[in-house]
Design a protein around this ligand. Structure first.
Ligand code: AMP
Ligand code: GLY
Length: 433
């Protein structure tokens, strides 16, 4: 049975790599794909994924029995609902269930209804009301555009003046329609980590954990990006803490979504703050993370296709379906075009990728690349994901950076400190990761 993956970033390359290893998956297609994905799948740069009928026709014509939706936008646009109505199994939630990512106020209200630990908050549709709540909190807080804002609609306000400026900006349209409603939140202190689980609408298959680096600069400073690196597992989420996340956050979410008549299927990606009082939900994503997925997929030893088709068919993720992981640590270092996340040049050539990937513990997942006359050309902001495994974070990091040293791409840059928190933790003797 063929598989169609929607997307063309490092996350989709990592999923294509894992699906390619499955004995159950047939031909793999990816729309649009990229130069790296082309090594394991047929890329479809001309298939317009916003044309839902064209996606259906491609799948019928090419015997594809599973559509895997990588990014959030097609989910929010209802691609999964349409394909399901045409009897095509889809890995990814319905438009209604994707509200968990598309509307922060929806998720907060679900947290209230299900007693899920999260930051105290208020939702507002006027600046005055939002400012009054900031006064009430009386300290630093977080201001968020309610809707999807490409990861940019969150402003950490150190003081009341900053919070008020952020609120004014959002209601003035800084984030377009996403800011028509504004969420004001308590600022949570702790360590962030991500937890992933497959869901079939009713049952949950917990996966593993990861931590990412959102800021562009070393020491987690500078502008927010889509993610400059990640590692898996996240040592702060030890076994006990994972048990709490499952019981206190994931299970009540899946139950609450089913009870509302919007059952959640696909992967649930929880962004968490591990506070002194335990885990609290920061946000949900209705899809896999990028670059977290790259770090996850190199550790996955079970069959991704079997997991995905079980989620898609609502076939009970019971104990006949498992997910298991190499007891190793993985690190992904993102190489981006100089200037990212601001403006950057396209069209430079990247050399040395084969030598860099020669170590069997290293995989290079492509994001913004294309192939032209046998050359790999950078055409995006985030361009490559150098991913390595090792017995601990230090070994995995050494391998990732050794691979980067073999890549010749003067127009690119990367952070040299990916995984620093886990390294410090290991050096303090807390945990083997
Ligand atoms: P979000 O898009 O909601 O995940 O927010 C982006 C980032 O902002 C998160 O990864 C956190 O680093 C930070 N953040 C969001 N909400 C909070 C909060 N209530 N307290 C502390 N940090 C937060
Ligand atoms: N790396 C964060 C995300 O995919 O949303």
């Amino acid at each position: 049975m063929g598989v169609l993956i929607i997307g063309g970033g490092g996350r989709e390359h990592a999923m294509a790599y894992a699906l390619h290893k499955s004995d159950m998956a047939g031909d793999i297609y990816c729309a649009p794909g990229n130069a790296g994905i082309a090594q394991v799948a047929t890329c479809l740069p001309d298939l317009d994924v916003t044309d839902q009928k064209a996606v259906r026709d491609f799948m019928y014509d090419n015997n594809c029995g599973l559509c895997v939706i990588g990014p959030e936008q097609p989910l929010v646009d209802g691609l999964s609902d349409y394909l399901r109505s045409e009897k095509i199994p889809v890995f990814g939630p319905s438009q209604a269930a994707a509200q968990l990512e598309a509307s922060k106020s929806f998720t907060k209200q679900l947290c209230d209804a299900q007693n899920i630990p999260t930051a105290a908050y208020g939702v507002f549709d006027t600046a005055d009301a939002a400012k009054a709540y900031v006064e009430e909190l009386g300290t630093k807080c977080v201001i968020k555009a309610d809707g999807l804002a490409a990861g940019k609609g969150v402003i950490m306000a150190e003081n009341t003046a900053g919070a008020e400026a952020a609120i004014e900006g959002m209601f003035a349209g800084d984030f377009g329609a996403a800011g028509a409603k504004v969420v004001v939140e308590e600022w949570l202190e702790g360590e962030e980590a991500s937890f992933f689980a497959f869901c079939d609408g009713e049952n949950i298959l917990p996966l593993t954990t990861a931590q990412d680096h959102k800021r562009v600069g070393e020491g987690d400073t500078g502008l927010n990006t889509g993610g400059m690196g990640a590692y898996s597992p996240a040592p702060v989420l030890d076994k006990d803490m994972c048990g709490r996340v499952l019981k206190e956050i994931i299970e009540p979410t899946v139950k609450g979504m089913a009870r509302r008549g919007t059952p959640y299927t696909g992967v649930l990606f929880a962004g968490l703050m591990i506070t002194a009082d335990g885990p609290k939900l920061i946000e949900y994503n209705a899809r896999f993370g990028d670059p977290e997925t790259q770090a996850l997929m190199v550790r996955m030893r079970s069959d991704l296709f079997a997991n995905m088709i079980a989620c898609a068919n609502g076939e009970k993720l019971d104990n006949t379906v498992t997910a298991w992981w190499e007891d190793e640590v993985s690190v992904t270092v993102v190489m981006a075009a100089k200037g990212y996340p601001g403006s950057y040049e396209k069209g430079s050539e990247i050399k040395g990728l084969e030598e860099a990937a020669a170590d069997p513990m290293v995989e290079i997942f492509h994001a913004g690349t294309t192939e032209k006359d046998g050359k790999i050309i950078a055409i995006g902001g985030r361009v490559l994901n150098i991913t390595a495994r090792g017995k601990d974070i230090i070994e995995a990091r050494e391998k990732a950076y050794a691979a980067i040293n073999k890549i010749y791409w003067p127009e690119g840059f990367y952070r040299k400190d990916i995984g620093w928190r886990a390294v410090e933790r290991l050096e303090r003797g807390q945990g083997k990761n």
